[in-house]
Design a protein around this ligand. Structure first.
Ligand SMILES: *Cc1c(COP(=O)(O)O)cnc(C)c1O
Length: 391
């Protein structure tokens, strides 16, 4: 009998798990092993096959279980899991870009993507890159060239929370025979499913919401089998960014509670965004759930809630922003987002991408990942830290 695995929540709990054949344990075990026993006649074997358990750099048991779960959650045929979000992104770029390629990329995207596509790929391999504001569809259309192979967007964008219209950009990509990849890390598959909107590939930093507990790194690309197979064969096997089985096991466990966590992150972030917006010392709040967010309508169309990350600024200088962060008692001053605990960083105006951000970000911004603590406690901490710096 086939298992009943219909709803998203049920898939989060069950998909990829199973009964361990050897012991009967109702959790698949953690397999920390570098190699797997070869068949008796290995003479015709493909040693580098990403489909066979041979060597953990080329795939591992816990990696396969996690791939199964993530493919189901995004509604994709297949998935490749790698060591970090950046390993997943560079695996994708390595596989689908070559010396004659042109790529269009969100001008605000993860800093490693910015460096890879804006600096290293063009200077080392002659790849042409257009960085555009992908929330503006005309800019995307204008950037298209005959050799455009890939459009890569990040929505919501880190750290601006800028939203790009996935369905519209998918149509542009399709019309010119390019692939569309979407970094959907900030949304997670619970809030947004780009493949259903026409994207070819979805990328996640599993380090963030999908693991959700701030204790393991990972990355994934999900999409049609023919595309994911190429990433496995080219990038997974040969670039060496394999995920540790232990991290795959931790992320598998973290993903079980993804729906509950995303609901709470989104609900608390909305409350806190409204609190900040109403505070006289706050200069701006960038959160897709707020009506004044420039792409609020697009966010409503393609997301079911607005997740837990916002950026904001104070009516104060850089030094005061720094003192504010250091006055926080509950919210931890640390990078990363999507952890169980609230995290905040101040990114000053000398950030290398500051010129690409909306003008409101010109004096620097506070990136704030709202955790699972009580929203009232988080707000109390914000209030006392504002008071501590005289705001
Ligand atoms: C963190 C992040 C990444 C990179 O993921 P790592 O796991 O840190 O390598 C990529 N994209 C976005 C949107 C991120 O927030």
């Amino acid at each position: 009998m086939e298992r009943i695995e219909t709803s998203f929540n049920t898939k989060c709990v069950h998909t990829g798990n199973g009964i361990d054949k050897e012991t009967g344990a109702i959790r698949r075990p953690l397999t920390m092993a570098n190699s797997y026993k070869l068949p008796e006649d290995a003479s015709t074997m493909n040693w580098s096959s990403p489909d066979q358990l041979v060597y953990t750099r080329n795939t591992s048991a816990n990696q396969i279980y996690l791939q199964e779960k993530l493919a189901a959650l995004e509604g994709g045929e297949d998935c490749v899991v790698l060591a970090t979000g950046v390993a997943a992104l560079s695996g994708l770029f390595f596989t689908f870009l070559d010396k004659d390629s042109h790529v269009i990329c969100s001008d605000v995207s993860y800093v490693a993507v910015y460096r890879l596509l804006n600096e290293y790929y063009p200077s080392k391999y002659g790849i042409e890159t257009s960085l555009v504001d992908t929330s503006n569809l005309d800019e995307v259309r204008k950037a298209v060239r005959p050799n455009t192979k890939l459009i890569h967007i990040e929505t919501p964008g880190n750290p601006t929370t800028r939203i790009s219209d996935i369905a519209e950009i998918a149509a542009i990509a399709k019309s010119v025979g390019a692939l569309l990849s979407v970094d959907s890390t900030f949304a997670s598959p619970y809030l947004q499913r780009p493949l259903e909107l026409g994207a070819d590939l979805v990328v996640h930093s599993l380090t963030k919401y999908i693991n959700g507990h701030g204790d393991a790194m990972g990355g994934a690309v999900i999409g049609r089998k023919a595309l994911i197979d190429q990433i496995k064969r080219q990038a997974m096997v040969n670039l060496g960014g394999a995920i540790s089985p232990f991290n795959a096991w931790l992320i598998m466990r973290g993903a079980v509670t993804l729906p509950l966590r995303m609901k709470q992150h989104s609900e608390s972030a909305m409350t806190i965004a409204e609190f900040l917006e109403a505070h006289p010392a706050v200069a701006f709040v960038a959160y897709p759930g707020l009506r004044n967010h420039p792409q609020h309508e697009v966010a409503k169309k393609q997301m079911t809630a607005f997740s837990g990350v916002l950026s904001f600024g104070l009516k104060a200088d850089a030094d005061t922003h720094n003192r504010f962060v250091n006055s926080l008692q509950l919210i931890t001053p640390a990078v990363s987002v999507g952890h169980d605990e609230s995290l905040m960083v101040f990114v000053g105006p000398d950030d290398e991408r500051n010129h690409l951000y909306p003008v409101s970000f010109a004096n620097g911004h506070l990136r704030f990942s709202i955790g699972l603590e009580g929203a009232d406690d988080i707000m109390a901490d914000l209030k006392q830290a504002l008071a501590a710096v005289g705001l």
